[in-house]
Design a protein around this ligand. Structure first.
Ligand code: SAM
Length: 240
């Protein structure tokens, strides 16, 4: 099991809770041992254990081992908020498939409307799910989980990226545009259960520097199926 932190590492830092116990009890490390720790920026460092007891370990960074590598560019998944635990499922699977960033997006037809009281709790849980999924599948990094973003803000933040938007009213297939997004950063944007509104599609096309709406076939897929299917195709085309 890898050790991930949800903060960028400083020269000296503390691990606590389950991570400290894991280092001590499961990995059986002690003072003076070196372990690899990956921080929230996706950078992995060799760290020396200065002290360790119970639920706390103090470590010193000795050397940088690797940096988050995205040889073919970053794949960002921007998906409409989903009901129940569907967004959690999506985070777990998208992490396994190697996305760089996941953005929960508040869209016009979202059934779920997160108010400020619920946002931070959800965010913490989503982040934990991404960490667990990254550990389980052996990734070197944890995808960045962004705070819930309104649809229009997505284009302010990522407007210069290329957007691929599965849209059930489109006839051009994802396969036809895949060769255009084999390299470089790309945002895959998926609608919620209720789909995109025509206004949102028009806004996306007018705001993004590069935008393709694509079909995923004749059948209407559930949002989470559409996200996973298109992500798998995209990752395959980009050599995973
Ligand atoms: N608007 C539809 C409705 O309310 O019946 C369905 C929305 S669908 C459940 C959720 C999202 O999955 C869509 O916004 C779209 O991004 C994607 N999607 C599902 N099936 C698709 C298809 N055949 N082609 C392209 N995108 C699809």
């Amino acid at each position: 099991r890898k050790i991930f932190t949800d903060f960028p590492l400083e020269a000296r830092f503390e691990l606590n809770g389950a991570d400290a116990r894991h280092v001590l009890v499961v990995l059986r490390h002690g003072v003076g041992d070196r372990i690899a720790v990956t921080d929230s920026t996706g950078t992995t460092y060799a760290c020396r254990i200065d002290s360790i007891a119970g639920h706390s370990a103090v470590l010193t960074v000795e050397e940088r081992l690797s940096c988050r590598t995205q040889e073919t560019g970053k794949v960002v998944l921007a998906a409409g908020l989903l009901k129940n635990d569907k967004f959690e499922w999506l985070i777990q699977k998208a992490t396994e498939l190697g996305v760089h960033t996941i953005i929960p997006v508040q869209m016009e037809h979202c059934v779920v409307k997160l108010n400020d009281n619920h946002r931070s709790g959800k965010f913490e849980r989503w982040r934990r799910i991404a960490v667990e999924a990254a550990k389980q599948c052996g990734r070197d990094d944890v995808p960045i989980i962004r705070e819930v973003m309104p649809f229009t803000e997505l284009f302010q933040a990522y407007g210069t990226s290329r957007f691929v938007i599965p849209y059930e009213r489109e006839t051009t297939s994802l396969a036809e545009v895949c060769h255009e997004v084999q390299q470089g950063d790309v945002v895959l944007c998926i609608g919620p259960e209720g789909g995109f509104s025509p206004k949102e599609i028009a806004y996306a096309v007018s705001q993004a520097a590069w935008c393709r709406t694509v079909s995923l076939g004749k059948r209407i897929l559930r949002a989470e199926t559409a996200a996973l299917a298109s992500l798998s195709i995209l990752m395959y085309e980009r050599g995973f």
